[in-house]
Structures are given as C-alpha cells and as structure tokens.
Write a protein that binds this ligand. Structure first.
Ligand code: ADP
Length: 343
C-alpha cells in the first residue's frame, strides 16, 4: 500500500536465475493447489523428457476450463508448466495428469517407482480428494499447509522476482520495486473463493488477522444465479459492459443529484449497492445482466478494498499485497479494489 495505493502480486513474473531451488524435489515434479473454486497445477519436466510435445498438445483444450502456460528455466534444465481447472471438474484434472504423466520424469521409471511418486498438494482438496488420487494413480498426496505455502510463495516471489508487484490505479499499471530488506511487515490479501488477510512479519512468521466470506466465490456464485452466466469468464466479461449506476443507489440519488460534500461524499459515490432495486417496481428480469454483474463486482471489490485498508490501519502496515485468482489479470477488478482502498 505504497502511497495509499494497492500492490498486486503478479504470479507470472520471470524468476531470476539466482533463485534458491535447492529444496526442489525432483522426484515429485507435480504440485497442486486444490481450492474451493479452482485447481492450480504446476509440473516440472526436464529438457529430455518429451513433455514439451505433450504439453503443447494440451494447450488450447477448450471447454474443460484448462489454461496451460509454461516457463523455460535453463538453469533447471527444464520447464515449469502451469494449468488450472475448475475444482468441480476434478476428473478433467485427473485425466490431464494421467495423459501427461508419460512426459514427466516418472513415466520413464518402473511401475514400482511410479507407486512411490508423490504429488505435493495444498488447499482443502488435498484432504478431500486424497482417496481419489490414491485410487486413480496409486499415488499419495503429500500435503502442505495452505497458509504456509501462500506466505512462503509470496515471500519468495517478492524477494526473488524484480518488480513482481505492481499498483493498478485508474487504468495505469505501474511496477513497484520492493527492497527485500524493507519487505516486512505487510498485509497479504488473498482473494480466492473466500478472502484471507494475513499479517506477514517474516519468513514463516505470519498471522491470519482477518478475512471475509464475500469473495471470488460470491461473485461467481451469486453472479451465476442472477445472470445465468455459465462461466466465470463470461460473467466477468459481462460486468465490463455494464453500468452499476442503473441498480446501485448513489449519494446523488438520495441528495437530488448533489454531492454530500460536508462529509466528503461525491454524488457518484455508491451509497447502497443494489439499493435502487428497492424503490423501483422492477423484477430481476427488468435489469440488464451486465448491469447486475457490474454492481456485484463493484460491491465485492470495494468491500475487500475497504476491509484490507482498515486492517492495514489496525496493524500499522504500510503495504498491502493482493493476490489470488479473483484479481489475476483482471484489470477492472484490481482498479475497483484500488478505489476501495483509496476511498
Ligand atoms: P480457491 O483456491 O479458493 O479456488 P483462487 O485463488 O483459485 O481460490 O480463486 C478462485 C476465484 O477466482 C473464483 O471463485 C473466481 O471468482 C475467480 N476466477 C478467476 N478466474 C476464474 C476462472 N477462469 N474460472 C473460475 N474462477 C475464476
């Protein structure tokens, strides 16, 4: 939260070659984060594994909610590949793992070795789906605590990747160089299905100080019910075309078009999200889905921005780092959160 703006972790920065990969376990080249909404998957394959070809095939598998991406790390002699799936479609993730196992190091090993394969896993799904993985692949999920992983990952990226954070204000993305000696303490706000706010004091030193259940799952879930959109991407796209003023009650709606300047509220400030719906004799069908989606996005993003700001104030933290798939690459969402923080 430098200069009252919010910083957002962009998780796809380029890792510098002096990163500490000593603890990397080459026998366990797959790792999963199985969250409430999404499964995030990363796997490593060496140059000689032939996985590149199989991975290229999997890029662009449409309709299964899969996006793959890969990063080449010559100093590791291989590539890290990233993919995501909707958690509700876990079977597609299992099929993906199965069809790509042949390219990873483990495929070339004997069956007995395969049985020894461990997949690192975090998130609630590491517990919920442990038996499923055992049945399907005969592999054990090696569980890691999700908050530990989140903080370790965030600290790692912030220290290892130059300009990993950026502010996003009024359409302007600006990278911020953080001095790794001046990183702590900071507030880490992870916006997934729900929202966790974590005060990070150092490596392995953190406390979850707050959170809210009104998060990415709320946007997707409530948005789907209200607009009938079938996918998150469609819902988000819809919200970009909408106008929240049609359904939100603004200060100006209450004050006959004027500001309430005495207490610093402009006429365009949202006084009550969705508030106009109470005074109009309209049903849901009378509102455009894009306006509903826009109001919902603003409601949730503003709320998160304000709660984050108040927690930063409460603990005297000068910097807030936002992360999680709710904001990832979603510029309007990041902008709205910035407005919430600044407001
Ligand atoms: P979790 O670990 O709880 O699943 P994530 O950090 O993966 O949390 O974020 C999940 C949220 O990200 C969803 O609830 C949704 O709001 C948002 N999201 C962003 N992109 C997508 C997408 N392509 N499909 C589904 N949800 C998405």
């Amino acid at each position: 939260m430098e200069d009252q703006s919010c910083s957002i972790v962009e998780i796809e920065g380029n890792l510098s070659s002096n990163c500490d990969f000593d603890s990397y376990d080459h026998n366990s080249p797959w790792a999963l984060d199985i969250g409430g909404s999404l499964i995030k998957l990363v796997y490593f394959c060496g140059e000689d594994s032939g996985l590149e070809k199989s991975s290229e095939k999997s890029v662009g598998v449409e309709g299964v909610g899969l996006v793959t991406n890969s990063k080449n790390y010559p100093f590791l002699n291989g590539k890290l590949h990233f993919a995501k799936f909707e958690t509700s479609k876990i079977n597609e993730c299992l099929d993906f793992i199965e069809s790509n196992l042949h390219g990873s190091r483990c495929r070339d090993q004997e069956v007995s070795d395969k049985k020894k394969l461990m997949i690192k896993a975090t998130g609630g799904g590491a517990y919920k789906y442990a038996d499923l993985f055992k049945e399907k692949f005969g592999v054990r999920l090696d569980k890691e605590d999700e908050m530990d992983c989140l903080v370790a990952g965030s600290n790692f990226l912030l220290k290892a990747v130059p300009c990993e954070t950026f502010t996003y204000i009024e359409g302007q993305k600006e990278f911020v160089k953080i001095d790794s000696n001046d990183l702590f303490p900071y507030l880490l706000v992870n916006i997934g299905s729900g929202v966790s706010m974590i005060k990070v004091d150092g490596d392995g030193k953190f406390e979850r100080v707050s959170g809210t259940s009104v998060g990415g799952g709320t946007f997707w879930g409530l948005g789907r019910l209200l607009t009938k959109c079938q996918s998150f991407d469609d819902l988000l796209e819809l919200s970009h075309q909408g106008n929240n003023r049609v359904i939100d009650m603004l200060v100006g709606d209450i004050y006959g078009g004027s500001d309430y300047s005495k207490i610093g509220l402009s006429a365009t400030t949202i006084a009550s999200s969705f508030g106009k719906a109470i005074s109009e004799k309209k049903e849901l069908e009378d509102y455009k889905p894009e306006d509903v989606a826009r109001s919902l996005l603003r409601l949730i993003s503003n709320n998160i921005g304000q709660i984050a700001y108040l927690n930063a104030l409460r603990y005297g933290l000068k910097r807030i780092i936002f992360g999680g798939f709710f904001i990832r690459s979603h510029e309007y969402t990041m902008d709205t959160i910035s407005v919430g923080v600044q407001f």
